[in-house]
Design a protein around this ligand. Sequence first.
Ligand SMILES: C[S@@+](CC[C@H](N)C(=O)[O-])C[C@H]1O[C@@H](n2cnc3c(N)ncnc32)[C@H](O)[C@@H]1O
Length: 249
Amino acid sequence: MNPDLSVSYKHDFEKFLKHTDEKAILVSEIEKYISRYDIRSVLDIGAGNGEISIPLSKKVDRYLAIEKNPEFTLQLTQGGVETMEAEFPVQVVGAFDMVLASHTISYRRSDFSTFIKEFVQTAWNLVNENGIFLMIGSGGNNDDWYNLMKEIGEATELEPNKLGYQETTEQLHAIGKVTVEKVAAYVRTETLEDMIDALTFIAGKGDPVRKEKFLRHRDVTESILTEKYATADGFAFPFYHYFHLIQKN
Ligand SMILES: C[S@@+](CC[C@H](N)C(=O)[O-])C[C@H]1O[C@@H](n2cnc3c(N)ncnc32)[C@H](O)[C@@H]1O
């Protein structure tokens, strides 16, 4: 990314982070699974920068984070989390009460079919007897974000997500009985401008072409947001997180 683009990516990302309750929702929902299943050890695959892993690690006796991005592994280690810098699937010694993969999988990989099969199998082998595999991702294309992108004519961008989600759930069903919980997190803003900035991050994800395509429809997007997502305090736009749970027994 050249310096200008990284500045604009950072700006959109910060707007998004400032206005979403996503990380707080993820932490509190995962904590519910930790207490419901009496989890003492967690393997967190694709732990990220520590925002959810650091608070979660304090809830259990052992928390091992696997993360491929060296910047994030440094933050995790500094946050006191036992960390392995690697790209999963990778050999891990031992087994865990919970194996967690929260928003780890990119549906856009060219080798997705082989990758997801190996990922799910390897993760499952690391779950203790009576333990759980918890995989969190965005769902197929049936949510508000997809509908918004469809209305502005940019939904083709999201087609890989639909196929990736289908293949992921097929692999999960192949290993056991899957229970799905749909959890909403919201981007909330006082102004329409801030909402557009936050959603631009989701649409662009660091790609200036996708960002520009999204912003081309700014007028229509603003009308849809005003019509459907205005609240007493401003605007609230939902993103759904699908929690897929499989218990080993
Ligand atoms: C979108 S972030 C999610 C972070 C965190 N789990 C959360 O839910 O907030 C995805 C993270 O997974 C990491 N990641 C993606 N694929 C990975 C893999 N195969 N092995 C290890 N880390 C991976 C990325 O580097 C990134 O930090």
